[in-house]
Design a protein around this ligand. Structure first.
Ligand code: GLU
Length: 475
């Protein structure tokens, strides 16, 4: 059996968006499941719309999602000679011809067709045919090159997702494969590349379904067998409309910035149109083992931000803290915090993972473990940093100053002893201490919080809270 080869072929005209990432993921998984190859190809022939920033954004997105490709990235702009060669071969074999119809004439034709209620299409006036005399090429017109699409018969696509799709050739006109400046067009370059790169399965968005019969005809004209196609249904916004910026993040890297783990986004994407019973959580290994394009749903699927959040929290809670630490470190840096100026990130993650849905939330809670300055939530300070709390905090400082091995396990009995010695209920110590240590009452247990804030900062903050109480009393 032929080795399975799939590809992801984005045009670098923007960021890597959710739809593109899902196409990449499905192509990647299909190759992995069959022990095949996954290829990245950058379709940058549209020189006006392609940008190097967009190429970088795509590569960055692929890297963040860890969608490893076996070959590439290949750039179409490096392959113009090859496209020219194929166009020449098609001309020589009579599968393509020069068309000298000036733009204005084509526009007139279109208008006339539309006025007559017909679909606008090229009428084949420069197509060489038996018994037909072509006019002499007009002076000064650089021809385009058109593909001689077969006139009869039909193209049958055995689509992996949609099943059999049949298009009659008479519905297809002779498409331009080279512009008048000689540059090749999309349908030609895709076919040449899919052929040269030995692609066996093309998995892509169904916005390309219109192109597929044309591409299949070009394959045949080249004497080659076309690949198998699978067209993925659209992704919709939660309101059922076509997914757009107005639905929030659509760029993959924006999810990174908003504190999502790549595993969560991948797991979320795999379920957009594909399912395996009612299973929601898939490890990468499971996705690779279970995914099949044949099981992709034919109808469009809508994004569901709550589900993504749920998956994100799941992965934050269950992933190796060392893995999560990379991303938390990035988030802290984004907040202007130096992640080396505080506790080990792994400890922070273990302490905060039950209370963070995103790494942005986690970084915001954790920032105070890494900074010297601390500001109080006003309401929390008014409620808990009171005259009543002062003796408790003083007793805590005194007891804690004697602790040198500053770990949660050592700190816990010390705190308990203070509560007992002062004769208050535990919250009477815990709440003021929380506000003193992190500025609000939202923090992990006191012993863990003390450990995370560190000895020096904890003692300084408790002192500061006492000073605050004293100052408030005299105010
Ligand atoms: N470059 C095309 C796009 O970004 C995809 C072409 C293909 O997958 O065949 O829409």
């Amino acid at each position: 059996m032929k080795k399975i080869r799939t590809r992801f072929a984005p045009s670098p005209t923007g960021y890597l968006h959710i739809g593109g990432a899902r196409t990449a993921l499905f192509s990647y998984l299909y190759a992995r499941r069959h022990g095949g190859d996954f290829i990245l190809r950058i379709e940058d022939t549209d020189l006006e719309r392609s940008t190097p920033e967009s190429v970088n954004a795509i590569l960055e997105g692929m890297a963040w999602l860890n969608l490893e490709y076996d070959e590439g990235p290949f750039y179409q702009t490096h392959r113009f000679d090859r496209y020219k060669e194929v166009i020449q071969q098609l001309l020589e074999a009579g599968h393509a011809y020069r068309c000298y119809m000036p733009r204005e004439e084509l526009d007139q034709l279109r208008e006339a067709q539309m006025a007559a209620g017909e679909k606008p299409r090229y009428d084949g006036r420069w197509r060489p045919e038996a018994g037909k005399t072509l006019p002499a090429p007009p002076e000064g017109v650089q021809p385009v090159i058109r593909f001689s699409n077969p006139k009869d018969g039909e193209v049958v696509i055995e689509d992996l997702v949609r099943g059999r799709v049949v298009i009659r050739n008479e519905e297809l006109d002779d498409l331009i494969i080279a512009r008048s400046d000689g540059t090749p067009t999309y349908n030609l370059t895709v076919v040449v590349d899919d052929f040269d790169m030995g692609i066996t399965h093309v998995i892509r968005g169904d916005d390309h379904l219109n192109n597929t019969p044309r591409q299949i005809n070009i394959f045949r004209a080249m004497g080659a067998e076309p690949p198998v196609y699978g067209h993925l249904p659209m992704i919709l916004g939660p309101d059922g409309a076509k997914l757009s910026k107005r639905h929030g993040a659509v760029s993959v890297m924006q999810y990174h910035e908003e504190g999502y783990l790549p595993e969560a986004l991948l797991n979320y994407l795999v379920r957009l149109g594909w399912s395996n019973g009612d299973q929601e959580v898939f490890s990468r290994e499971e996705m690779m083992r279970l995914f099949d394009v044949k099981d992709v749903n034919q109808s469009a699927s809508a994004i569901n931000p709550d589900k993504l959040l749920w998956l994100n929290q799941h992965y934050i809670k269950t992933s190796d803290p060392a893995h999560v630490a990379r991303y938390l470190g990035w988030q802290l840096g984004h907040l202007g915090v130096d992640p080396s100026e505080g506790p080990a990130l792994e400890d922070v993650i273990v302490a905060l993972r039950e209370r963070s849905r995103t790494l942005v939330e986690m970084a915001q809670q954790a920032a105070c473990y890494f900074r010297d300055e601390l500001s109080y939530d006003e309401d929390a300070a008014a409620k808990h940093l009171t005259a009543e709390a002062e003796p408790v905090l003083r007793a805590a400082v005194e007891a804690l100053e004697a602790v040198s091995d500053w770990r949660a396990a050592e700190l816990e009995p010390v705190i308990k002893d203070v509560v007992k010695a002062v004769g208050v209920k535990f919250p009477m110590l815990a709440q003021p201490m929380r506000v003193a240590l992190v500025g609000s009452t939202a923090s992990p247990s006191i012993d863990v919080t003390l450990a995370l804030v560190g000895r020096e900062r904890s003692l300084a903050r408790l002192q500061k809270a006492i000073t605050f109480i004293v100052a408030s009393k005299s105010a």
